[in-house]
Design a protein around this ligand. Structure first.
Ligand code: NAD
Length: 236
């Protein structure tokens, strides 16, 4: 913790790269932990149910799973989200790059957030382009349809879909410009997102994760623990 505090004190351009583990302390399960979604009992894997093909071939089942597991509108930011917003506000953090789709960084006050996998908070009619909120999707019965009759699709990057070009560019630029990169709450197994870390050219690479990751051996500092607990111990 002392080393982390020293690194943060010395840094002026921190970038935070996070994953599902950043939101588990807000009560949202991640995918690969013991209590993660992948270990829960479904006849079809979450990876299949969250795929582009499944969305179009099993739309009703997609929305059943999506509403049940991917729309935690009750969730509140935790200590990690709040500390990152504070670091940005104090001018020490350039950006948050996240694989999460829950919008909790923005809810905590973060302004520059690159959401690599999109967000549950934007939803678009595939026919006329009208926008809908996450609340609209939660409240709709069955498959959500637009007034024009079109199917509404969450602006979430499903398995089998490409990431948004502008978001990739912004995220890569931020990571390449950072003096410190904090990677946290991610198993670093979902590509291409996990590969973004390789654009870092700065001084200190810090990893905060509950379980070991493939990146541990390359980091300047590794802290195995809960990201919210750890970041809340930092003075800004
Ligand atoms: P993952 O489930 O593969 O891995 C999560 C990692 O976080 C694990 O290594 C675990 O040890 C660690 N972790 C869990 N709780 C932690 C905590 N409190 N502090 C520190 N570490 C903790 O997640 P991933 O690498 O982000 O990949 C999963 C994919 O699933 C991502 O693409 C993401 O978009 C999506 N997802 C998003 C949400 C969300 O938006 N909140 C939730 C589940 C999955």
């Amino acid at each position: 913790m002392k080393t982390l505090q020293e690194i943060i004190d010395e840094s002026r351009k921190i970038v935070f790269f996070g994953g599902a583990g950043v939101s588990t302390e807000s009560g949202i399960p991640d995918f690969r932990s013991e209590d993660g979604l992948y270990r829960q009992k479904y006849t079809v894997s979450s990876e299949t149910m969250l795929s582009h093909d499944w969305f179009f071939s099993h739309t009703e089942e997609f929305f059943k799973f999506y509403r049940d597991k991917m729309l935690p509108l009750w969730a509140q930011p935790n200590a990690a989200h709040r500390k990152l917003a504070e670091l940005e506000q104090k001018g020490k953090l350039l950006a948050v790059v996240t694989q999460n789709i829950d919008g909790l960084h923005q809810k905590a006050g973060s302004k520059r957030v690159y959401e690599l996998h999109g967000t549950v908070h934007k939803n678009t009619c595939l026919k006329c382009g009208k926008r809908y909120s996450a609340e609209d999707i939660a409240a709709a019965e069955g498959v959500p349809h637009c007034a024009c009759g079109g199917l509404i699709k969450p602006d979430v990057v499903l398995y089998g879909e490409s990431l948004d070009g502008d978001t990739i560019e912004g995220a890569v630029r931020a990571i390449a410009a950072a003096d410190t990169l904090i990677v946290a709450g991610t198993s670093l197994t979902v590509y291409p997102a996990a590969g973004f870390v390789s654009y870092f050219r700065g001084k200190s690479l810090v990893l905060i994760n509950r379980d070991p990751t493939p990146l541990d051996s390359q980091c300047d500092l590794v802290l195995h623990g809960k990201v919210g607990e750890i970041l809340s111990g930092i003075n800004v």
